[in-house]
Design a protein around this ligand. Sequence first.
Ligand code: NAP
Length: 291
Amino acid sequence: MKSSFMIHGKTRISGIIGDPIEHTVSPAMQNAAFQELGLDYVYVPFRVRKEDLNQAIQGVRALNIRGLNVTIPHKVAIIPLLDEQDSVVANLGAVNTIVNENGILRGYNTDALGFLKALLAEQVPPARKNVVILGSGGAARAIAFFLADQSANITIVNRHAEPAQQIANRMLGLFRRAIKVCELTRENLRKVLREADILVNATNVGMTPDVDTSLVPAELLKSGLLVFDIIYNPLKTRLLRDAEQQGARVISGVEMLIYQGAAAFELWTGRKAPVEVMRKAALEALNSHEE
Ligand code: NAP
């Protein structure tokens, strides 16, 4: 049921906090979903500086804001300011969604769930697949967590060995699952990609404005490989363009963005998210940024 957009006395407020925040496409995506289901909700961006996070969270309680998405630089710093956290947050140490239940703020992380749902939507369950993850920052860690939980065979390839080894140690402790780690060299990439079913780029390399860079030489990509670049700006990175040319299947980071947003929507509203509507709104907003 579609409704025209109106703010009433009973309208519930949700939004996103981060700094910077002006390029977020989440308001377009979430407001389109609220309107599609005729829900009396609105979603707004809030630029919150690091030093103002504490006050902003007090404000969430004081203003009875229903929920928020949380993005850079607050994903870790927000945790001690919340009342509760789900088990994923406890293991990952990062929050991207909060829900306010009568003043009790509970933290969730829907980022990696978004990644997993995007894979499943492409009919690619990761169990026992050989997955190569490039990068070992916050996103790589969250993705490794869900993939290890799904019994994938994971190799992390990173510029610096230390953070990759830390993720591997953590996953071994949590899931009794060994993760291989190697340094980012052409020779190592060649070796690990020979056996790989899925390649995930979880680094910043290839993001706007560096749209012609990729960490993986095109000739190492092959048909039969699924390449998931979690970058969504641009929608099709150099890595994805090269992969398509080599006959590989590709998934853009916008799919992860859509599904993490859908999971947050469901936490706030208790309703099933209209994923197609959210996809259309996200793509329109991203395309208008690219113009
Ligand atoms: P992060 O914590 O800063 O980690 C960045 C990673 O990229 C690190 O592992 C870093 O390697 C690596 N890296 C950066 N520059 C590199 C270079 N020149 N060569 C090789 N490796 C390089 O960032 P993050 O939060 O994980 O985010 C990573 C990307 O994912 C961003 O582009 C972000 O927009 C995207 N993302 C997308 C979604 C989505 O919904 N689609 C969600 C979250 C994040 P070192 O460890 O060696 O420094």
